[in-house]
Design a protein around this ligand. Sequence first.
Ligand code: ADP
Length: 312
Amino acid sequence: MKPRVTVVGSLNTDLVIKSPKLPKVGETVLGGEFATFPGGKGANQAVAAARLGADVVMVGCVGSDAFGQRLREGLAAAGIRADRVRVAPEAPSGFALITVDPSGRNTIVAAPGANFHLSREDVLAAREEIFASHVLLLQLEVPLDVVMYAARLARSRDVRVVLDPAPAPAQPLPGELYQAVSVINPNEVEAKVLTGIPVSDERRADSAARRLLGLGCEAAVIKLGARGAFLATASTSEYIPGIAVTALDTTAAGDAFAGALAVALAEGTDLPAAVQFANAAGAVSVTRMGAQPSMPTRDEVLALARSRGLAI
Ligand code: ADP
C-alpha cells in the first residue's frame, strides 16, 4: 500500500539571492543571481514526501493573489492534493527572503501572511484525510494552537505525528503538544532552544534528546547538519552519520529530511533505518539550489546510499 502523509503547514514564495557573504546588521552586500521558488516548510515537506512516493494531502492557507494560486498549482503539479489549501481573501500569501553564501549557508526571514490565518476549522475540515493517513507531518510556521489541535486530532485515531519544531519557538512548547508527538526532529539550534542544552557533541545530543523524551515525545531525532542525526527512544540511543557530499545550498535540507522520515515511518520502516533514509534525502537536497526543486526522488536517494555502500 502507498504510504499516506498529511501535512498541516505553511506555503511561501521564496525570494533567493546568491551572495558572496551573509550580510551583517546594517550592511548591504552586492549579491549575484536572483530567483523565486515555491517554499514554506509545510509545502517543502509535502513535496519531499510526494517525490519519495507518498500520497500527500496538504492542509494550509494562501492569499487570494497570483502567488497563492501559483503555490497551489505547484503542489498539484507535484501530485499533491491541494484542495485543502484554503484561499484566504483577507491576507497576502506568505513570503521568505533568503540569502545563500558560496558555501551554501543561508539566512531566512519569513512574512507568514495567510499562513497565520490557517484555523482549527481548516484542520477539522480535513479530518477524514488526517484519519486516513499513516503519518501527520507538522512544523511551526502556522499558529501553534492549530498545530496542537492537528496533533491531538491525529493521535485520537492513532495516526503517528512527526513534528519538525521549526522555526525555533520563542516560548516553550506546551506539554500537551510534546505528548501528542511520536517523533520530534529539531536541528541543533532548535534542540538548544527547546532543551537549553547546546548540542556540541554526541553526549550532549543524547542529553538533549533525553530531555525531549522526558517532555513526552516517543522519539527524538536531532539533525546535525553534515554530521547526520542523533536518534533516541526510551530504549535506544544511536548516532547515525551523514553522507558526505559537496553542498551547494543547504536551504530546506531539514525539509527533505522531515519528508523522508515521514514517508519511511508511513511505510512501517523502523526508526534507525528511517533516519538513515532521511540522512540520504537531506544529503541529495544540499547538492542542489532552492527548496522544492532540490527535493530528491526515491531513486536518487537510493542511488546515493548505494554509491556509499549503505543498505537502505
Ligand atoms: P535544517 O535544514 O533543519 O537546519 P540540518 O542542517 O541539520 O537541518 O540538515 C538536515 C539534514 O540534512 C541533516 O541531518 C543531514 O542528514 C542532511 N544534511 C544537511 N547538510 C548536509 C551536508 N552539508 N552534507 C550532507 N548532508 C547534509
